[in-house]
Design a protein around this ligand. Structure first.
Ligand code: NDP
Length: 341
């Protein structure tokens, strides 16, 4: 198969790229600059002619992807992961909203007009597009693919950056499903809605402060902290491993039965105490750095929300890896990176 992948230089995209190449797909990686293309090229040195590049400097411009989607042999699948998530890279709320929303609608429009052989578009949405902040924390809510974040565009513009990010994912994904309904294109759609995504990096970062948003949280609060620090708040306490999520994107490219599904992609709940316990038990070198909290008291509060990912297991045949492997593999990699300076 022939796949166009956006965001291949990012945390999630790099794992998808690796797994696509391993499965023998021919991939075009669409990135924002030549320098980023060269980085991806050097991160995947064995790809050879299986990997080519296209530069789209600004995914928000009209017709941004018109040329990128044209290819011989033609694409059968588009995987769109590119979307702003780094809070440090956004000056205002529109820096999240515009690239998320317009990036999505532009790639759909270009595909409809110029890539008639595409059978499926796969979009990395987020649990941010699903969670409803007005549901009480003890309501025992189990989120499913029927649920949508009710945030309004007005709130998206005026609330803080975290809200702008969540809203950007909601409006982008909603626009994709609306496009399907209204434009009746020749392709179908698959979306993924992962909550916090953690795990080792497959892309290169020049320094630890350049970590992607979700892994930076683990580094700052759990690895590069202190044993006496207060246990971090649980935050968004459901998660997925980046390697499992990448595998799911590849499965979605392969399996017809994924058609028009919205996959809530959560492995399980994980509390801050559990993350600390896992790191402290497996990595003695973190004895002074990882908050101790109250070891063994793993539970979240009563009625903590969860997500139903039955579809992921049934349709995509995914078996989630262990919670230990996600945090231990990430921590080992970051500590090694730190040692090498
Ligand atoms: P990264 O920040 O590592 O990657 C983001 C990717 O999107 C990069 O390739 C980046 O390219 C690209 N991108 C960001 N802003 C823009 C923009 N304005 N124009 C064009 N491209 C842009 O984050 P992740 O890998 O974690 O995120 C990938 C996807 O996964 C996103 O859609 C995100 O919303 C989603 N997701 C991630 C979760 C997580 O916990 N990590 C959870 C749920 C969903 P560049 O280097 O050029 O900026």
């Amino acid at each position: 198969g022939r796949v166009l992948l956006t965001g291949g230089n990012g945390f999630v995209g790099a794992h998808i790229l690796e797994q696509l190449l391993a499965k023998g797909f021919q991939v075009r990686s669409v990135v924002r600059s030549q320098a980023k293309a060269e980085q991806v090229h050097s991160d995947h040195p064995n790809a050879g002619s299986k990997l080519d590049f296209f530069i789209v400097p600004d995914i928000t411009t009209a017709g941004a992807f018109n040329e990128a989607v044209k290819s011989t042999p033609p694409f059968d699948t588009i995987i769109h992961t590119a979307s702003p998530f780094l809070y440090s890279a956004a000056n205002d709320n529109l820096d999240f909203l515009n690239p998320a929303l317009l990036g999505t609608t532009e790639i759909l429009k270009s595909t409809k007009s110029f890539a008639p052989e595409v059978k499926r578009v796969i979009i990395t949405s987020s649990f941010a597009a699903v969670i409803d902040a007005s549901v009480p924390e003890d309501a025992g809510k189990i989120y499913t693919s029927e649920d949508w974040n009710p945030v309004s565009w007005d709130e998206a513009l005026t609330l803080d950056k975290a809200w702008a990010y969540r809203a950007s994912k909601k409006f982008a994904e909603k626009a994709a499903w609306d496009f399907l309904r209204n434009e009746k294109p020749h392709f179908d759609l698959v979306t993924f809605n992962p909550p916090m995504v953690y795990g080792p990096l497959r892309h290169s970062v020049s320094k630890i402060t350049d970590l992607n948003q979700s892994n930076a949280r683990i580094w700052n609060l759990f690895i590069n902290s202190s044993k006496d620090a207060e246990l971090p708040p649980n935050g968004l306490y459901i998660f997925a491993d980046v390697r499992d999520l990448a595998y799911a994107h590849v499965q979605a490219a392969l399996l017809p039965e994924a058609s028009n599904r919205r996959f809530i992609f959560s492995r399980s709940q994980v509390s801050s105490q559990e993350i600390s316990d896992i790191l402290r038990e497996n990595l003695p070198e973190l004895a002074e750095r990882t908050p101790i909290g109250r070891p063994g008291t793993k539970s979240l509060h009563k009625g903590a929300y969860d997500a139903d990912s039955t579809l992921v297991k049934d349709v995509l045949k995914i078996r989630f890896r262990s919670v230990e492997s996600t945090f231990v593999d990430l921590a080992k990699q970051l500590l090694e990176f730190e040692r090498q300076g």
